[in-house]
Each structure stands twice: as structure tokens, then as C-alpha cells.
Write a protein that binds this ligand. Structure first.
Ligand code: ADP
Ligand code: NI
Length: 217
């Protein structure tokens, strides 16, 4: 894969997500790529171009974003084939995308190599912290979720179906059901270091939120 191909992958990935209003748009992609590059700086064994291409494409056929996931995947495959990537390269990229997501991890994700681990860490880092908090809130509003209801307890979903179950749940619960767990589910030391203050921000946010809710502050 060369630099020109990588640039075209970027254009394609941005195009695919340009309309997104749920926190998975091009700004998310840009941050995931930037975080992946930061992690790459400490992992010289990794294949930087493969990591970058996969970070760019990781949401380009996500089932949350595309009603027809199979069509979006085929579209991505056709694009990469036309661009001149080999079937092996496309296979590597798709294997990572198909096994990196949080929800897949609850079911039957296959193990990732270092390249996949870096993309997964970058995506997970963007799921936690201050910007991520605004993303989670935006996602909740976009999906008409209730923000908070202290009588609805967070769950501990053990499968993708349970995790995605939208019935009677709140956006604040999403922090307990996923976001606060992320820091213990990272692969690289660089990501674990970056996760610390991001995690702490969410803990502080939730404490302050609940204190205000209860009129204690
Ligand atoms: P994955 O695509 O890795 O399975 P998610 O389904 O959690 O991960 O989607 C990625 C991001 O979308 C989350 O980190 C969060 O920002 C947002 N998101 C997903 N579900 C919710 C939810 N129920 N409430 C708020 N934000 C959500
Ligand atoms: Ni993502």
C-alpha cells in the first residue's frame, strides 16, 4: 500500500461518514487515526500503513451506521479492489474491522495481532474522556434516549444483543455499561497511559452529575 492509496482511502472513509450525526463522523475518524499514530510511535514492529488504513475504514460498514451492512461492506471491498489493494491486504483490514468492536468482544471476537490491537485501542480511547462524553450524550439524544433516571439501574451486558437492548435505558447508564470498563480492556501500554486522565474525567463527570441531581452541590 502506498501513500497515494492511503490518501484515497481517507477520501473514501470521510465520504462514507460525512452525514453521520451520532458521533461516528469524520472528526471521530480523524481522532482515531491520530491516536493510532501516537500509539504507533511506541510500537515500531507494527505495519503503520495497514494500521492507518484500517483506522480510516473502521466504521465504513458499521451496523449502527449502515442499514444495509453487507452492501456497505461490498462497497468498501469494491473500492479497495479498484484502488489496487491485494485480496490479502483487504482481508487483513476486514479481519481487524470485523473483530475489533466492543460489542463483538462481548460475543465471539477472534484475537487481533499487534496492528489490530492498535486500531482497537485508538477507537476505544476515543470512546472515553471529555470529547467521548459529548459523543455519548450526542448519541443518546440522536437515538431519543432518556438522559438519566436513577430508578433504572445499569446492566452488565454479556452479549451484543444484551448490550444493544435499547428498552428502558439511559445514556448515563452507558457510562457504566461500557465506557468505564474501557480502560481495563486496552492492549498497549501507550493506550493505557492515555486512558488514565480520560477515565478520571468521566468518573468526575458522573460524580458531579449525580451530586447536582441530588442537589448536593
Ligand atoms: P462498538 O461499535 O465498538 O461495538 P459502540 O456500539 O459502543 O461500540 O459504539 C461506539 C460509540 O457510540 C460509543 O463509544 C458511544 O460513544 C456511542 N454509543 C453507543 N451506544 C451508546 C449508548 N447507548 N448511549 C450513548 N452512547 C452510545
Ligand atoms: Ni469508531
Amino acid at each position: 500500500m502506498n501513500e497515494t492509496q492511503l490518501n484515497q482511502i481517507q477520501t473514501y472513509a470521510y465520504q462514507q461518514l460525512a452525514q453521520d450525526q451520532s458521533g461516528h463522523g469524520t472528526d471521530h475518524i480523524q481522532r482515531v487515526v491520530a491516536l493510532a499514530k501516537k500509539i504507533l510511535a511506541t510500537e515500531p514492529e507494527a505495519n503503520a500503513r495497514l494500521v492507518e488504513a484500517t483506522a480510516l475504514l473502521h466504521d465504513s460498514y458499521d451496523d449502527k451506521l449502515f442499514a444495509d451492512q453487507a452492501a456497505a461492506k461490498q462497497n468498501t471491498r469494491d473500492f479497495l479492489t479498484k484502488l489496487g489493494l491485494t485480496d490479502t491486504e483487504i482481508g487483513q483490514i476486514f479481519y481487524i474491522i470485523d473483530n475489533m468492536s466492543w460489542s463483538k468482544g462481548l460475543d465471539d471476537a477472534k484475537p487481533l495481532d499487534l496492528n489490530g490491537q492498535i486500531v482497537q485501542d485508538a477507537d476505544r480511547l476515543d470512546a472515553i474522556g471529555a470529547i467521548a462524553t459529548t459523543r455519548a450524550l450526542a448519541y443518546g439524544f440522536a437515538h431519543d434516549r432518556m438522559l438519566y433516571d436513577p430508578t433504572i439501574a445499569p446492566r452488565d451486558p454479556q452479549s451484543k444483543t444484551a448490550y444493544r437492548d435499547a428498552r428502558e435505558n439511559t445514556t448515563i447508564n452507558h457510562f457504566y455499561e461500557k465506557l468505564l470498563k474501557v480502560k481495563d480492556q486496552l492492549n498497549t501500554q501507550a493506550a493505557r497511559d492515555l486512558a488514565e486522565s480520560r477515565h478520571q474525567f468521566m468518573v468526575d463527570f458522573l460524580n458531579q452529575f449525580k451530586a447536582e441531581w441530588d442537589l448536593k452541590r
